[in-house]
Design a protein around this ligand. Structure first.
Ligand SMILES: Cc1cc2nc3c(=O)[nH]c(=O)nc-3n(C[C@H](O)[C@H](O)[C@H](O)COP(=O)(O)OP(=O)(O)OC[C@H]3O[C@@H](n4cnc5c(N)ncnc54)[C@H](O)[C@@H]3O)c2cc1C
Length: 538
């Protein structure tokens, strides 16, 4: 939809929502139901966010389809039929499009439009929003649904612009796909996306060079067609199923159980049985095998060693197996799920290149140079992730009270209250912002919880005659300290992960997401019940 098609009074809006992934789509819907005049802006030409951009081979959700879906509409969750245990990118994108049609979302979305700037007008008490298409609109509320993992991160490799082959990033994959047949392909990066893409590219490419900086733990996904009876059983009590999932630390996997017992107090046979059984089931449930593996280094070692032994079993060449051996605690980086990742290194056309000691030296017109050798390539695939959690917000020139820029305010790391509000930035809400569970939980559940909270907050303001809401600096500082304290009780901060911003040179090292979904929801509910404690309502 173009600017001309929008309603004539659309210059004066109640809310602007930036980003039309699952967060923005549901926000738009809820805002409209609440009677707000709202407009969504989206840089892509359709809805779906992550699943619109990440069309790389093997792209698939790591959360099961029956769980990675909206719960807000009973009709929707009953009528949509998933086909696989874990939904692939194309199926999730079809689902997002179906939701957009079903709730008639597109009429209020301006696609192919990037919001470039937003300035809070203190006199009018409104946000002035600008886009790369020259739009200038004003709205009382600015809701950022720009995504935690939507600003791609490409390493700064000298000479890359002179490389004569094609260059891709998994998060900006061409819609028409890529034909790797007969090609010498270099994949840089072995995180979640690389681990999904590498086995699929290996089947097609002539030669595949995998450039690995940090070996990762990965658990078999064990994807399979979804059993119709299983789907029907879940649908028979979908709300109960969702409610039970929301009580787990990551808002997933209640059916398989989160064991709270200590691995340290378990006898060796029972320990192996538990790990083996979860390994065979596949998926994230492996990390729920025992209660102390995410907090106690000794406990963690049992789980980590179990997976390391599995890698040794799968990879035939012991030297390659050693190169693939993760050295960190398991789970302190985002755990990966795979289909035949380690087995792929047994193929004669797949070559693992360790760049942990000698970083990528440079690109040449013919390929990539590292370890004193030039690897000749026809194309390079960057699976190097994102400027996570803050990147897409900071790429917009957001200015709050006193014309302060968000970039300056966050120069030492993000400061939010509940991950939802930022002091100095009235009436601005962030969906799945830093300081909320976001990437440490099933994100559809997280964004739904945020959208519900924001909508109820706006309704409260309206019903009580308030024009604005703003987090206090004290509440935000206490919140940041709380997030650090909770994270400090886990093994998460022990790794150089993107949770800490460690993948982006120069980014402040601050642990950004908050572990523990149920406690977080309780806190948000308590804040609301106390008349939005920690916020100033004016
Ligand atoms: C490869 C990959 C795999 C993932 N797997 C899982 C998983 O297994 N489980 C899970 O829970 N989560 C997963 N995630 C996280 C995923 O991002 C969330 O599940 C969910 O899709 C987030 O929805 P969102 O609406 O918050 O953000 P997004 O889906 O990222 O959408 C944000 C949208 O905002 C748009 N945008 C950003 N800036 C602007 C701007 N300035 N102007 C206009 N538009 C803008 C972007 O174009 C994008 O479309 C994965 C992410 C990636 C990248």
């Amino acid at each position: 939809m173009s600017t001309e098609d929008l309603a004539p009074d659309a210059q004066s809006l109640d809310a602007v929502v930036v980003g039309m992934g699952f967060g923005g789509m549901y926000m738009l819907h809820r805002a409209r139901v609440a009677g707000l005049r709202v407009r969504g802006y989206e840089a892509g030409d359709d809805v779906g966010g992550t699943w619109y951009w990440n069309r790389y081979p093997g792209a698939r959700c790591d959360v099961e389809s029956l769980e990675y879906s909206y719960s807000f509409s009973e009709e929707l969750q009953q009528e949509w039929e998933w086909t696989e245990r874990y939904p692939g990118q194309a199926e999730i994108l079809s689902y997002a499009r179906y939701v957009a049609e079903r709730f008639d979302l597109r009429r209020d979305i301006q696609f192919e439009t990037r919001v470039t700037a937003a300035r809070f007008d203190e006199v009018a008490g409104r946000w002035d929003v600008r886009t790369d298409r020259g739009d200038e609109v004003s709205a009382q509320f600015l809701i950022m649904a720009t995504g935690c993992l939507s600003s791609t991160n490409v390493p700064d490799i000298e000479g890359l612009d002179r490389f004569e082959g094609a260059v891709y990033h998994t998060g900006r994959w061409p819609k028409e796909g890529v034909d790797f047949r007969g090609q010498r392909v270099g994949v840089v990066g072995t995180g979640s996306s690389g681990i999904q893409a590498i086995p699929v590219i290996a089947e097609e490419a002539e030669e595949l060079y995998v450039f690995q900086r940090t070996p990762q733990f990965s658990i078999p996904a064990r994807n399979a067609p979804l059993d119709a009876a299983e789907q029907a059983a879940v649908k028979a009590d979908y709300q109960g199923f969702r409610a039970r999932n929301r009580q787990t630390p990551g808002a997933i996997g209640s059916r398989l159980g989160w064991n709270t017992a200590s691995v340290l107090e378990c006898d060796p046979e029972e320990r192996e049985r538990e790990f083996e059984s979860r390994w065979n089931i596949g998926g994230f449930t492996f990390v729920g095998a025992f209660g102390d593996t995410s907090t106690n280094p000794d406990a963690n070692k049992f789980a980590a060693d179990f997976v390391r032994d599995k890698i040794r079993e799968k990879v035939h060449d012991p030297k390659v197996a050693e190169m693939l051996m993760p050295k960190t605690h398991i789970g302190c980086k985002r755990i990966c799920l795979d289909t035949n990742y380690f087995e792929t290194f047994n193929r004669p056309n797949v070559h693992l290149v360790d760049i942990s000691e000698a970083p990528m030296e440079r690109a040449t017109p013919r390929g990539l140079c590292t370890n004193g050798r030039e690897y000749e390539l026809d194309c390079i695939v960057f699976a190097t992730g994102y400027d996570a959690m803050t990147g897409s917000l900071l790429r917009i020139d957001i200015r709050g009270r006193g014309d302060q820029s968000l970039g300056d305010v966050w120069s030492a790391g993000p400061v939010t209250y509940l991950g939802l509000g930022i002091p100095g930035f009235p009436n601005l809400f962030v969906i799945a912002g830093p300081g909320s569970p976001s990437v440490l939980a099933n994100m559809i559940v997280c964004v739904e919880q945020h959208v519900d909270w924001i909508t109820e907050c706006v309704e409260y303001l309206r019903d009580h005659g308030y024009r604005s809401i703003e987090a206090t600096p004290e509440a935000a500082d206490q919140w940041v300290a709380y997030v650090n304290q909770v994270a400090g009780g886990t093994l998460y901060p022990t790794c150089n992960s993107w949770y800490l911003g460690a993948n982006v040179p120069g980014k402040p090292r601050v642990f950004m997401p908050l572990p523990g979904f149920p406690a977080y929801v309780a806190k948000c509910d308590e804040v609301a019940a106390k008349g939005y404690e920690g916020f100033v309502l004016a």
